[in-house]
Write a protein that binds this ligand. Structure first.
Ligand code: RB5
Length: 142
């Protein structure tokens, strides 16, 4: 199950991502926001992060205008590794090296076509499992 959330800046792109997930036959749970009315990104970043950290969802996708605020919010939750990606290389590398469990994107930064490609790469790339990456990830939680 994929947790998905956004603020008003990410609302339109989130709709496109959800449609894309449906077309791929992937299940998701939408944690809001549910309109393009102005709202506070920490609420939605933390809601998705809590869903992933608790094990209720396996992965998360969060979107705000830049992707910055909502990724900062998500990364405050223990066990969360939210990666802000605006390119395909980073989306692949953060799965291989960081075992990122949440993808963050900026709807005012990436176009829809690129965003959907980033989503696919993020969801389809496994963690490498390499010892050095496991060690570094374990060092993230203080
Ligand atoms: C909202 O205007 C904007 O600040 C928000 O979507 C995000 O970019 C914050 O980091």
């Amino acid at each position: 199950m994929i947790a998905i959330g956004c603020d008003h800046g990410g609302f339109k792109l989130k709709q496109a991502v959800m449609k894309h997930l449906e077309e791929r036959g992937l299940e998701y749970k939408d944690y809001g926001t549910y309109s393009d009315e102005s709202c506070d990104y920490p609420v939605y970043g933390k809601a998705v992060a809590n869903a992933v950290a608790s094990g209720e969802c396996d992965r998360g996708i969060i979107i705000c205008g830049t992707g910055i605020g909502i990724s900062i919010a998500a990364n405050k939750i223990r066990g969360i590794r939210a990666a802000l990606c605006g390119d395909c290389f980073s989306a692949e590398a953060t799965r291989l090296h960081n075992d990122a469990n949440i993808l963050a994107m900026g709807a005012r930064v990436v176009g829809e076509g690129l965003a959907l490609k980033i989503v696919d790469i993020f969801l389809d790339t496994p963690f490498s499992g390499d010892e050095r990456h496991r060690r570094r990830i374990s060092m993230l939680e203080g």
